[in-house]
Design a protein around this ligand. Structure first.
Ligand SMILES: NC(=O)c1ccc[n+]([C@@H]2O[C@H](COP(=O)([O-])OP(=O)(O)OC[C@H]3O[C@@H](n4cnc5c(N)ncnc54)[C@H](O)[C@@H]3O)[C@@H](O)[C@H]2O)c1
Length: 358
């Protein structure tokens, strides 16, 4: 396979701001950027109870972290104005569908207002580039069997999906109003799949819940065993964001290109929750765990989700590197090594090195 990692060189000595740096994807991204030689500024809430990555990756020593709520424009803007980063990766979000039913105001407040605050701060401070992360769930999903393309209709039948679709609409409006007339694209939005990988202990997320059950030898509880999801390792979308960021910074993308990209896995990684659970049990070498199907909640969650990635392949020369088995193996081996007492930094570093060399 042809290796195309030259985009990573761009990040040496760059000032990069990551929102959501205390979360799962943001911690992996901040760690990777730091190892590439970037000066990383983080914005996020304090790590949630049980969330270990930010601490275990020693990010408090590696990056300059601000603990603020992005719903507060003045606080957010003050940091962005002071730090003047070369590029912002905006990942901060209330990221869980079930929580979005319990906490709609927090979900819409962070995902829509908070995201608008980031766009506004980028605009008023003349921040050169922004990669704006939303979700595969921003597409209107009526359960038809197809994979979503970037220009498909946006929409959401639950609060989380709706908040991500709304963030995309705000992004589109900012793009049209303030950024479209430039010769080159300077801001872009991205939609990734169901991201898995080591160190995620978030509650109410399928794979972390499965890992916790396997590790504590408890029964595995599934809510939607037959829901299909586009599973991918965390390094896949992150490599897409970094590749896209480099192309924005190097002015490689003309502004007539639509500024949105899917970074999903290959179609064959789109599998049912029950299928993935069994793969995980097998890779864990689990023989006896019991799977319990919890009666469906009264909230809606989409049944089928897959992403068409032709645009990213064509325009960014990006493509997924890991197949499903490798994705599962990578994930399990991170957790197993961690539970055995190995350093999270070392495990993460060696996985990044392997991924880049692939
Ligand atoms: N994990 C996935 O499978 C997945 C899939 C598609 C899209 N996404 C999107 O990717 C991004 C990162 O996801 P993740 O899995 O790392 O989520 P996460 O829940 O692990 O982390 C969320 C981060 O956002 C921060 N945050 C939340 N509310 C905030 C607020 N009001 N002010 C400041 N910071 C706030 C948290 O402190 C944390 O750093 C999110 O935008 C999410 O919606 C995730």
């Amino acid at each position: 396979m042809k290796k195309n990692n030259s985009y990573l060189k761009k990040y040496r000595n760059l000032k990069v701001l990551v929102t959501g740096s205390t979360g799962f994807k943001g911690a992996w991204l901040s760690f990777w950027l730091h190892s590439l030689g970037s000066k990383v500024i983080g914005i996020g809430l304090r790590p949630e109870k049980g969330s270990i990555l930010f601490k275990e990756l020693n990010l408090n020593k590696k990056i300059k972290q601000y603990y603020i709520n992005i719903q507060n424009f003045n606080k957010t803007n003050l940091i962005i104005k002071k730090e003047k980063p070369d590029i912002i990766f905006h990942l901060a979000a209330q990221s869980i569908v079930s929580t979005s039913y319990k906490k709609p105001l927090e979900t819409f407040g962070t995902n829509v207002i908070g995201s608008t605050n980031i766009l506004e701060s980028v605009r008023v401070n003349g921040i050169p580039n922004l990669v704006f992360i939303t979700s595969d769930k921003c597409y209107l999903n009526l359960g038809k069997k197809k994979s979503f393309k970037e220009n498909d209709t946006l929409g959401g039948l639950d609060n989380y999906s709706s908040s991500k679709a709304s963030a995309e609409l705000v992004f589109a409006s900012y793009f049209q109003s303030y950024f479209k007339n430039r010769k080159k694209l300077v801001i872009a939005s991205t939609r990734a799949g169901n991201v898995i990988g080591g160190g995620d202990f978030k509650q109410n997320r399928i794979i972390p819940d499965v890992i916790k059950s396997l590790n504590s030898k408890k029964k595995i509880v599934l809510r939607n065993p037959n829901a299909t999801r586009p599973w991918q390792h965390v390094l896949e979308p992150l490599s897409g964001y970094l590749s896209l960021g480099q192309k924005l910074m190097d002015q490689k993308l003309n502004s007539h290109i639509q500024p949105n990209w899917n970074f999903g896995p290959y179609e064959k990684n789109c599998k049912k929750v029950i299928y993935m659970t069994k793969l995980f049990m097998n890779e864990w070498n689990d023989k006896g765990s019991k799977i319990v199907i919890k009666k469906s909640n009264n909230f809606h969650e989409s049944k089928l989700l897959s992403l068409n990635i032709n645009k990213a392949r064509k325009e960014l020369d990006w493509k997924p590197k890991l197949n499903l088995e490798e994705t599962v193996h990578f994930t399990i081996s991170w957790y197993k090594n961690y539970f055995l007492g190995n350093e999270a930094e070392e495990i993460t570093n060696s996985q990044i090195e392997y991924f880049v060399s692939k």
